[in-house]
Design a protein around this ligand. Structure first.
Ligand SMILES: Nc1ncnc2c1ncn2[C@@H]1O[C@H](COP(=O)(O)OP(=O)(O)OP(=O)(O)O)[C@@H](O)[C@H]1O
Ligand SMILES: [Mg+2]
Length: 277
């Protein structure tokens, strides 16, 4: 595991927080993953990262999705980034060269680019193609307590790179009838990755998202998933909340956009739960 390198003498300037003086706080790397689309991976990556940063953690978000929604949702224009996650995967740049500060203090972003999909094809012909991100994160400096990786909605090479690099999988599931569809396949992928690429990969937790307390279906889904997966399921339920869906268009997390709305409170509660696990 990498260690924290944070030097308080540099004060408030986020660019100056990077130092080579090590103190031994382990970095936790979480892959936010589900091959099903639209379940809340990006929303969770952005808002959990912001809530962790609000609690004083130094957080790095890696946008591994060619859609680049995490990049734009954190206020960065994907078309204007000089260095992106592509350069990290190709070995042309190190994390600390690629990571840029966001508007949230303590929250840094490795941006994505829209043609990362092409890069995935390039990667397919290269050596150790599943372990490129893991290699890039091995000597992580920059003092990050948490690294959150937003994955694309597939189990392709980009997602495999995230799973090979991560300590834990955080799996968002939408509270709907087909929620469990695909989960078995994802858990099977976890076993394969654990057996071949990354023995330390654990299931960090299943997160129920877009919960609508007014419908019996949502409650049924919550009960069923908790019955089957028990303590793997986070206690925190992320409510369906229109403010959460508005925040990305302003390029800020919900904790900044509307700090007291239900969505912001839920993501703060999730951050506490992640820290307590
Ligand atoms: N708690 C919520 N309340 C309301 N809307 C939400 C909530 N969470 C996510 N959404 C909305 O649902 C849509 C899908 O969410 P999101 O982009 O986070 O999913 P995703 O899993 O990252 O999707 P993809 O698989 O395409 O990457 C977005 O429009 C988002 O704003
Ligand atoms: Mg997404």
């Amino acid at each position: 595991m990498a260690t924290l390198h944070l030097d308080p003498e540099y004060g408030d300037d986020p660019n100056m927080l990077l130092s080579t003086t090590p103190i031994s706080v382990p970095t936790r790397i979480l892959a936010v993953v589900n091959q099903k689309g639209g379940v809340g991976k990006t929303t969770t990556t952005i808002n959990l990262a912001a809530a962790l940063a609000e609690l004083g953690r130094q957080v790095l978000v890696i946008d591994l999705d060619p859609q680049a929604n995490t990049t734009s949702g954190l206020g960065l224009d994907p078309r204007r980034q000089r260095l992106t996650v592509y350069h990290l995967l190709s070995g042309e740049a190190a994390v600390d060269d690629v990571a840029v500060p966001s508007l949230v203090e303590g929250l840094f972003v490795v941006p994505s680019q829209l043609d990362l999909a092409g890069a995935e094809i390039e990667l397919a012909t290269q050596e150790r193609r599943e372990s490129r991100l893991q290699a890039a994160l091995t000597d992580l400096v920059g003092g990050y307590g948490h690294v959150l990786i937003d994955c694309p909605p597939s189990l392709g090479l980009l997602t495999l790179n995230a799973l090979a690099a991560a300590d834990e999988m955080l799996i968002p599931l939408q509270c709907e009838y087909f929620a469990l569809e695909g989960l078995g396949h994802l858990l099977y992928t976890h076993q394969l990755v654990q057996a071949s690429l990354n023995p330390r990969l654990e299931i960090g937790g299943i997160l129920l998202t877009q919960f609508d307390a007014r419908t019996t279906l949502a409650w049924d889904v919550v009960r069923e998933i908790r019955r089957v997966y028990a303590d793997k399921v986070f206690q925190t339920l992320i409510p369906r909340n229109v403010r959460v869906s508005e925040a990305p268009s302003h390029g800020i997390p919900i904790t900044v956009y509307d700090p007291t709305c239900r969505g912001a409170l839920a993501y703060r509660q999730l951050a506490e739960e992640v820290l307590s696990r």
